[in-house]
Design a protein around this ligand. Sequence first.
Ligand code: FMN
Ligand code: ZN
Ligand code: ZN
Length: 612
Amino acid sequence: MTKPMDGVCAIKEEFIIQRPVKNTTEDDTNNKRKLTDNNDEDNDLDSKKVKTNEGQEQNKSKNKKRGQNKARPKTYKDNKENKPCPSIVCVEAPENSNPCQYNNCKYIHNALDYIKSKPKDLGETCYLFETRGKCPRGIACRFGTSHITPDGYNMVNLEKWKQWKDDTKNTIQPALQTALQKRKYDFSLSEKLIKHLDRKKKPNENNKETQQSNEESKEVPTENNEESNDAPVDKPDEKIHKSGVVTDEDLIKLLPREKKIIDWRDKLYLSPLTTVGNLPFRRICKEYGVDITCGEMALCESLLKGMKQEWALVKRHETEDLFGAQICGTNVYTITKVAQMLQENTELDFIDLNLGCPIDLIYKKGGGSGMMHRLNALEASVRCASKVLSIPFTVKMRTGVYEGKKITHTIVPKMSEWGASLVTVHGRSREARYIKSSDWEYIETCAQAAAPCPVYGNGDILSYQDYIDRRTVAPTVQGVMIGRGALIKPWIFTEIKEQRIWDISSKERFEILKKYTNYGLEHWGSDMQGVENTRRFLLEWLSFLYRYVPVGLLERPPQKINERPPLYFGRDDLETLMASGNCSDWIKISEMLLGPVPDGFNFLPKHKANSY
Ligand SMILES: Cc1cc2nc3c(=O)[nH]c(=O)nc-3n(C[C@H](O)[C@H](O)[C@H](O)COP(=O)(O)O)c2cc1C
Ligand SMILES: [Zn+2]
Ligand SMILES: [Zn+2]
C-alpha cells in the first residue's frame, strides 16, 4: 500500500526499457498474456483429464469451453519408421544380439542403417554414459557419439556400471500393474476397515452428519451427492457386505502396529505442483535445501487402474529424504484402497490428500476442493486412510470453496481426532484462484482451531522476508509450503535457511538449467522422445522462471510475487534473455541446452504467463 504504484515492481531507472522498441506486437502479446491468465493449476489439470478419462463421456459436456489447452498440439511425435527396434537399441556385442520377435515390426532392424539415418548428435558427451557407465537409450541416444561403436553396438564402462545404483524408487512393477488391471489386487484390508468404522458410528451421529453434509452440498453447483459419487471404479458396497462381521480383534491384527511420526516443526515444504513439480525439478529444489517434497497430484481412480502415467507421479529420487505422494479421490473406498496399495508397494514417508484442486471436473465429482463440502465422505476418508497407514496421512486445503464463505476453520478442529498428521492451508478459496493474496490471518485462525494437529501455511512466499512476515502474522503455523516461489527461484530455500537475499548471476541460473536438463534426460530418456519431453518440461518451467527479477536491478528488494516489472534489460545478454516472457525466447534457451527443435515442433505453455 505504501508503494508508489501498487502491483508494480520498481526497477532501477537505468535498466528500464524506456520506450518499447518499434516491434510492439511482441510486447503486446506478452502483456496480454500476463493480464488475462491468472491460474496455472487449472490449465495443467484440464489437460490431465484428457489423459486420464480416455473413453469417458465427461469431456463432451459443457466443460469444453474451459481449458483452452485441450487443443494443445503435441510438442513432438516420433514415428515408428524412423525408430530403431528395441531389439537392436542396447546390444553390447554381437553375441548379445536377440532377433526381433515380431513379424510385422515396423521399426528399423539394422543398427548401421539406423545410425546413418539418425539426425546429428546434440552433444559429444552423454550424461547417462558418463554417470552410469551405460546409456539405456543405446544407439537411439541423441548424445550417443561417445558410446556407440562404429559397428553399431552400445558401449559399456563396466567399472562405472557395476557401481551405479538405481536412484529412483516407486516404479510400478509389472505384476502389480497386471493385478490392478485385472482387478485381482487384494483390498480386503481396506474393505474391512471401511465396514468396521461404518458400523462403529452411532446411528444418530450418522444421521446428523449426513443431514449436515447434504445441507452443505446443496451449495455445490453439482450433481454431487454422497451416494452417486461413490466408487466409480467398482461397486464396493456389494463386496464389502460379503466380507462378514469384523471384530475389533480381527482388525487390530491386520493394522500397522505403530505409526511413524514425522516432526513437522519448522521445515520447508515444496508444494505439489502438477506438471512442473516433476522429479528432476524436485532434485534441484533438494539441492537448494528444501526439506519436504511431494509428488504431483495423482488421481486415485487412475492409480487403481494401474495406469503407468499416473504411477510415474509417485516416483521418488533418492535425494528426496522426506517425500510424500499426493492423491485426489472422491470417496472413502478409492482413497483408502490407494493408501493401502501405496503403502504395500512403494516407499513413501507420508500420503497427502488433495482437498484444494479447483478444476471443474474433479470438483463436480466431489473431489479436490469439492470434498470440503462433503464432511461425511471427508471424515470417512481421513479416518480410514490414516488407520490403514503406518505412515502419516495429511491433507491440503484451501480456505473454502467460495470467497465470501471461509469454512476451513470449522473443518480442521476434527482433523486430529480423525487421524490426520498435518493440515496445509492455502489461504485462498476455490473461487479466488490466484487473484487475491493468500490470507495468512485466516491461516492463523485455522492453525489455532486445528491444534493439536499441526498446520502448515501456504501462499505467496517469494523471499526470506515474505517467510518472516508470514510467520509473524501466523505464529501458530508449524512451517510453510512454497509453490510458485520455488518455480520462480528454486534457490529460495537457501535464502530462507541462510536468512539472506541472493543476487544470483545469470550464469549460475543457466547452470541450474543445465543441471535440470541432465536430470531430465536421465528421467525421460536421452533418445529423441526423451529429449523432446525434457524440452517440453523445461519450457513449462521457463514460463515461470522468467518472472524472476534479479536482485541487483530492484529499487526495493526483495521482489514480491504479485508485482510485475516494467520491461527491463538485464546486466548481461543472458540475464536479458532470461527475463523474456516470449515463448520464442524460451525455445531459444532450450536450444542452447538441447539443440535445435525438430521440424514441426510446437509449444504452447500450459500456464502461459500465469498467476500474477
Ligand atoms: C502449476 C501449478 C500446479 C499446481 N499443482 C498442484 C497440485 O498438483 N496439488 C496441489 O495440492 N496444489 C497444486 N498447486 C497449488 C500449489 O500447491 C499452492 O497451493 C499454490 O500455488 C499456492 O502457493 P504459492 O503461492 O506458494 O504458489 C499448483 C499450483 C501451480 C502454480
Ligand atoms: Zn522389431
Ligand atoms: Zn547416451
